[in-house]
Design a protein around this ligand. Sequence first.
Ligand code: MG
Length: 488
Amino acid sequence: MVSQFTATDPDIKVLLEISEELFDIGGATALLHWDQETYMPPKGVLHRSRQLSTLSAIYHARLIDQKTGEAIKKLEGKNLNETDAALVREMKRAYDRATRLPESLVREMAKAQSVGLESWKEARNQNKFSVFKGSLQKIIELKIEETRLIGYKDSPYDCLLDEYEPSLTTAQIEPIFEYLKKEIVQILKKHKNKRTKEILRGKKYSKNSMIKITEAMLKRMGYDFEEGRQDLSAHPFTINFGNHDVRITNRYLKNDLGSSIFSAIHEGGHALYELGISENLGGSILAAGTSLGIHESQSRMWENMIGRSLPYWKFWAPLFKASPREIYDEVNKVSSGLIRVDADEITYNLHIAIRFEIEKDLIEEKIKVIDLPEIWKEKYQRYLGVTPPDDASGILQDIHWAQGSIGYFPTYTLGNLYAAQFWHEMKKDIKDLNKHIESGNFAPILNWLRQNIHQYGSIYQARDLVLKVSKNQLDPGYFVNYLKAKFC
Ligand code: MG
């Protein structure tokens, strides 16, 4: 159980009040973003950017209020319950980051990101990295400046990683990627694809039937449409407006129902995490997933361990008048390709390893932006055995760097690793797990996730949550064993 905040402590009360206001401003910001990605008419964008920047200034001012700093100082070193201590820890993290960066740098970064996005789009149109090079250079310089101001122990990359995956360091992640690269090459050598039929692919399904099928699957998972929605956007995402309103979006490609199905399951997994957070944390800074990696573990577990399993398709295949095995083979095809978002469960992590190595070397100033297309090609050839014919299918494929998200990529692989480790524990606890999945009964899974992970929100950092659930530290061996069992 999650203990309540000690609202009788005057300093906890101060932090809670500020934290709740930030949560509300965050919710309003989220609503504007959601609207922009779903229903806003195109010309709304001008005022929308102004509204967002006004809200972000209010958020920042509220966070760095002197009262926040004073309350944190008084509470540090006090003997607090688990929930209060986590509130202080998370408010301090946010406060320190916000106060160490001068407003001029924050503004410059915001500008560099919007210029970066525009020039990235233009570079993709022209299929030329040179168009994007200058603005990426600027973003990297500002990020390096950020690491100097915020501070770090070993690598400046630690500081950027900390924003998305607090409690993990570069030194911990590097050997994990080395291990994965070695193991994945072996798994790829042993794996053979089956010949497959096109059941989910092809122009057989109307947009309306795609919406109906994905909604039916989401409801089965336990996603309650009284607390959520599935709307249309260019790229699928999940967004949280509070404990009882977490929405997802999807897209419906004419000839690929599978893409909509796995996006729905993936985003549904993210949404169930946020919806399962304890009421006791409601409206505070702790009422959010604890890290991007843990968040991704929730989406990947539903998407891959459950949604790409044979038992899952034993339940759903009759709807498609196909055999479960046929759909299972279709949705588990493995191939070493150029594009990250099209990658299978095995090779996906090689795409991430490449991005991790490149962004780390950029921040540690070991490589130069101008050399990126060559470095990219060389690594793709070495790890995946393919060479991009141009920049659009190579270095320009991801939006992340253009919007200043550096230190984000590793959380995708961490999500796979955490998911496998949690899955291992869940299988020990739930008797006849496959039988439940085959009969479309996902309640035992959702209950287990709520009990062991969701309810805690951000009370535990990823490292401690993994230790609590698995009695073991993060160990990539669980994931490698999972891949071997499934694909070898
Ligand atoms: Mg995700």
